[in-house]
Design a protein around this ligand. Structure first.
Ligand SMILES: [Zn+2]
Length: 512
């Protein structure tokens, strides 16, 4: 590339599906994004990470890498709620509310953020907390973040104004860099998270007027950014990216998990006492953690221990893997093989069909490649698709192959994604999925609400997000992509800035 971009702007809207984006875009309701997309790169099947939850999707997007075996590679953040067995004493962690600020400190140093990969120069991050290496971040600490959220969301009669606050700050950084950086150099990279769309989606749904309007409003915000850059005379030196972290779905119903847990005599882990039989967070995808030998939370249980578990309040021993199918709606159950190493191993899959019969399948992995096989039933129905079926050849396949052949079906890239989740020593012991039939909204022993709108499953509606790369017309050749993945964004931006992506990056550049 002869000419390189001087500035990149990465706008992430929380919780906008590829499907909704494509409908609005084709109906002409996103004119500013269309302005970028028509002369740049556009895709409505950009595949995000599985599980399709804000974490790991955001740190993966911001580093171009995945959760992974973090002592050697990967961000180390498995998911939004996880169990930290290395902590003293062991305890669960999450990124709700102000805990979101932890991401920057908790991603492992084997991965590098966008800011670390672009090297010298000013950079700014607005409400985007996977931002290690950035010059300045807003809000800078928990105290100011609390005030910001109090005024922008809680006290404001119209929390939708938060969109405007984010954009205004972004434009101010370009208009008056000295105020933010103490020198007058324009920023090389700015990221911004439009977070409100996610709260509105959970509360009112993707089909509500209020959520839809907030997505349409984002187009207006993009228009303001384009306009400001043109007025400053830097539009042709700038790349603007618009994307999302995950899509969404509506569950058939919400249910309380607490009575079931009680009926089994299982006691939730308590942070206060450090004791308990299990820790779990569960939307439509559930992450169950159990203590190892002698109820030691520092250890993962063996398969045998999972099959012969003695709950605190029960005389009977239970097989936890089998028990999962007694939870209403659970269709898939996943767990690690006994002899797994970070390099080689197996993830066992059990699937319950409509008649209540259980079928076995598995993912084997070898380094960075995975093989999916099954006994009597193809649990992902890849064999019904002429492309996806090509990977049922008994061979190990790369992430690029899984993307290419499964992007358009449900469970895109899932063999690869399950491997990247389960090789992380922080991953859970048993993962289950109702695939959006029943949503439990359960966190650490408590049912939090009865929301039916969520995101976490492997279906396309939750896994596809939009990607628009526009701005500088001299740097981009207009292209409509059939597919790509969210980890391709950072290497693309790094390349456009004339740098080389860090070796930890798993995505690939979408330019040159
Ligand atoms: Zn999100």
């Amino acid at each position: 590339m002869d000419k390189v971009a001087k500035h990149v702007i990465l706008l992430v809207a929380d919780d906008v599906s590829g499907r909704l984006f494509s409908r609005l875009y084709n109906e002409g309701k996103l004119p500013n994004l269309k302005l970028l997309g028509d002369k740049g790169i556009i895709c409505d099947k950009c595949v995000t990470s599985y599980p399709s939850i804000t974490l790991p999707t955001q740190p993966n997007l911001m580093t171009g890498a995945y959760s992974g075996y973090y002592p050697k590679s990967g961000s180390g953040i498995p998911v939004y709620h996880w169990f930290d067995r290395e902590a003293n004493p062991p305890q669960y962690r999450h990124y709700s509310a102000l805990h979101a600020l932890r991401q920057t400190h908790e991603i492992e140093d084997k991965v590098k953020t966008l800011f670390e990969q672009i090297g010298e120069g000013n950079s700014y991050s607005i409400v985007q907390y996977c931002s290690r290496g950035v010059t300045k971040v807003f809000p800078p600490n928990k105290f100011i973040a609390a005030i910001f959220f109090l005024f922008a969301i809680v006290l404001s009669k119209k929390p939708e104004n938060s969109h405007k606050i984010v954009t205004k700050r972004l434009i101010d950084v370009f208009k008056n860099p000295k105020r933010f950086f103490g020198n007058s150099k324009l920023p090389k990279a700015v990221t911004a998270l439009y977070f409100l769309t996610d709260s509105l989606m959970h509360e009112y749904g993707f089909d509500s007027e209020r959520y839809l309007q907030s997505v349409l409003d984002l187009d207006v915000e993009v228009g303001k950014v384009i306009d400001a850059l043109q007025k400053l005379g830097i539009y042709d030196d700038t790349i603007i990216v618009f994307t999302s972290d995950h899509g969404n779905y509506k569950a058939e119903k919400a249910k309380d998990l607490e009575p079931f847990i009680k009926s089994k005599g299982l006691v939730p882990f308590s942070k206060k006492t450090g004791k308990g039989d299990f820790d779990c967070s569960f939307g439509s995808v559930g992450f169950f953690n159990f203590p190892g030998t002698n109820k030691n939370w520092k250890l993962h249980p063996t398969l045998d221990e999972l099959k012969h578990f003695k709950p605190t309040n029960s005389q009977e021993e239970i097989n936890l893997i089998e028990m999962m199918f007694e939870i209403e709606g659970v269709k898939y159950v996943y767990y690690r093989g006994n002899k797994n190493t970070p390099e080689n191993g197996t993830i066992h899959i059990r699937m319950k069909d409509e008649n209540g019969n259980i079928h076995n399948a598995q993912i084997d992995y070898n380094g960075d490649t995975t093989r999916y096989s099954f006994e009597d039933m193809d649990v992902y129905r890849y064999s019904e698709d002429s492309n996806a079926s090509k990977l049922l050849d008994g061979n190990f396949h790369t992430i690029e192959e899984w993307l290419k052949y499964t992007y358009s079906v449900d469970f895109p890239m899932i063999p690869d994604q399950l491997m990247r989740y389960f090789i992380n020593p922080r991953s859970c012991d048993i993962m289950v999925s109702t695939v959006g039939t029943v949503c439990y909204n359960y966190e650490h022993g408590e049912t939090k609400n009865d929301h039916v709108y969520s995101h976490d499953i492997g279906l396309r509606e939750s896994m596809h997000v939009p990607l628009v790369i526009g701005g500088s017309e001299t740097l981009l050749t207009p292209r409509k992509l059939e597919y790509c993945k969210t980890t391709d964004i950072v290497p693309t931006l790094v390349k456009l800035l004339g740098k080389e992506p860090h070796p930890s990056v798993k995505g690939k550049s979408l330019v040159n």
